[in-house]
Design a protein around this ligand. Structure first.
Ligand SMILES: [Zn+2]
Length: 252
């Protein structure tokens, strides 16, 4: 099973995965024609590393008209949605299950903002990279084996995305695909119920438990909470208020 046609759902699918998304004006109509069927995601780095890297991806270079990828992934983990049509990012190459030298018409390109030496990835960016790939692959009905580095596909000596171990990357992408996909087994549900019961007491006593967490243990009277010894007999709210007032004094 593959998705047929343009991925006009890109922004929604990324947002639904909890990712920050910037939709560029006209993205749904941008591209070098329409997709055949989409079989995977091709991962790149921009080899720039700055805030304006997206401009080249959207507008192109003197030798290559834009758009050059459907998505740009910023260092803070935000996805810029640039195009829904075919983009020039793959070049010549091959990968099992993809048409040789024709990946532009069958893969979504993600250009991640990076200098290109593997040293400047941020944790937020790497996390969003995996989550974005997982969300797209799920949408098109593919597994992490169709999440491919440009350097793995390319017959033209590409090195991107530098510094990312793709076997590790794919394992984490697959775990995300499975995690979101797999329904919980009865045994897992029971395990969670037992944990909650062990932690909070039998169901029904949870409201009292939350009150105690905030206000301190109550051993005698249902309406009186004595604060926490660790907080000098204060409730959580009173202790926080004390911390804030001391901080304000420090700043003044
Ligand atoms: Zn590339």
């Amino acid at each position: 099973m593959s998705w047929r046609g343009d991925p006009v759902w890109l922004a929604d699918v990324l947002r639904d995965a909890g990712l920050r998304v910037l939709e560029h004006d006209g993205w749904r109509d941008r591209g070098h024609g329409d997709f055949a069927d989409i079989r995977g995601v091709l991962c790149h780095h921009t080899a720039g590393g700055g805030r304006n890297d997206w401009r080249i991806v959207q507008n192109g270079r003197p030798d290559l008209p834009g758009p050059l990828a459907q998505l740009v992934l910023e260092k803070d983990g935000t996805y810029r949605v640039i195009a829904a049509g075919v983009c020039w990012h793959a070049g010549r190459g091959s990968w099992p299950g993809w048409p040789t030298n024709n990946a532009n018409y069958h893969t979504i390109g993600i250009e991640a903002v990076s200098r290109g030496d593997g040293s400047d990835w941020t944790p937020a960016q790497l996390d969003a990279y995996k989550r974005g790939c997982a969300a797209i692959l799920r949408r098109i009905g593919r597994t992490a084996s169709d999440c491919v580095a440009h350097r793995e596909y390319s017959h033209e000596g590409k090195i991107d995305p530098a510094g990312i171990d793709m076997d590790e990357f794919r394992a984490e992408v697959q775990a995300l695909i499975d995690g979101e996909d797999a329904p919980m087994s009865a045994a897992e549900v029971k395990q969670i119920q037992d944990f909650i019961t062990g932690f909070c007491g039998p169901i029904g006593s949870d409201v009292k438990d939350i009150r105690e967490q905030l206000c301190g243990l109550n051993e005698r009277d249902a309406n009186q909470y004595g604060g926490w010894p660790q907080l000098g007999g204060r409730t959580v709210v009173d202790a926080l208020a004390e911390v804030l007032s001391r901080l304000e004094k420090l700043e003044a």
